[in-house]
Design a protein around this ligand. Structure first.
Ligand code: ATP
Length: 252
């Protein structure tokens, strides 16, 4: 049976007096891919950053409402623990430029002061790079800097860095918008493989991508979650006129 991993109730977020996420109610099922789409400035990224408590890092940013991971209140947990359980991958691949590929994968452990025996570290590096289909490409150059890789490989390295921490959910903020079409399709294929072990929430401006990769789609408009349904339904038979207008390109 489908179980809910993340639940928001009446969730709001603001920057000072600018109320940008309004009363969002959503249930995200485990091991699903959720696409979040909507016009520029509608609060997609802000909502994503509320899920793993990154929003509060911005001075003047506030939020309220319920956000539960496996029925535990995310806002009662230690934020570092939340960010380990709910990893994030950004628009531009951001490997640490001075670290080797190997050290990039285990960077989360080092940053959190977690010391692991060499054998365990080696295992994590190999498993994480294998999960993102990068192991074969880089296994003989693990000591090279991550910045030597192509853009698409760098993004997969960033995903490996997130996966290495064994999160339950991974949030992606326009993860392929800086990539060429071939790298984009490699990353999209990867989403399907990652779904077996993780729940993915992907903010994307690319409607074709949302249609190709996601199980469910959430449409945001002016801070509200206007519609949230099976992706097939969202793209063929949306219930709200605003969703209909957006997917037919009447506004962007
Ligand atoms: N750091 C910030 N400080 C103040 N206001 C911000 C900040 N980041 C975003 N905003 C404002 O919050 C609103 C929502 O922005 P957000 O980035 O969440 O939208 P978005 O839907 O992700 O947009 P885009 O698709 O363009 O990335 C916008 O009005 C934006 O100007």
């Amino acid at each position: 049976m489908e179980s809910t991993i993340l639940k928001s109730r009446n969730f709001n977020a603001s920057f000072g007096t600018n109320h940008v996420v309004k009363n969002v109610n959503i249930d995200i099922p485990r091991n699903h891919i959720i696409a979040v789409m909507g016009p520029s400035g509608c609060g997609k990224t802000t909502y994503l950053r509320c899920i793993n408590r990154m929003h509060e890092l911005i001075p003047g940013a506030t939020s309220n409402g319920e956000m539960k991971l496996n029925d535990e209140d995310v806002y009662q947990m230690h934020p570092i623990f939340v960010r380990l359980k709910i990893g994030m991958v950004f628009q531009r691949p951001n490997p640490f430029p001075n670290l080797s590929i190997y050290d990039n994968v285990i960077a989360g452990y080092k940053l959190n002061g977690i010391k692991l025996p060499k054998g365990e570290r080696d295992g994590i590096v190999e498993r994480s790079l294998t999960k993102v289909a990068l192991w074969k490409e880089v296994k003989d150059s693990l000591n090279k800097k991550g910045s030597f890789l192509s853009g698409g490989q760098q993004q997969r390295l960033c995903i490996a860095r997130t996966v290495a921490m064994e999160p339950e959910m991974i949030l992606f903020d326009e993860p392929t918008s800086a990539l060429d079409p071939i790298s984009t399709s490699t990353v999209e294929e990867l989403f399907h493989e990652l779904k077996a072990n993780y729940t993915l929430v992907i903010v994307t401006h690319n409607m074709q991508q949302a249609a190709r990769v996601s199980d469910k789609t959430a449409f945001f408009y002016m801070g509200e979650l206007v519609e949230y349904d099976e992706t097939k339904i969202m793209f063929t038979n949306p219930k709200d006129n605003r969703t209909q207008n957006y997917i037919t390109g009447r506004f962007s």
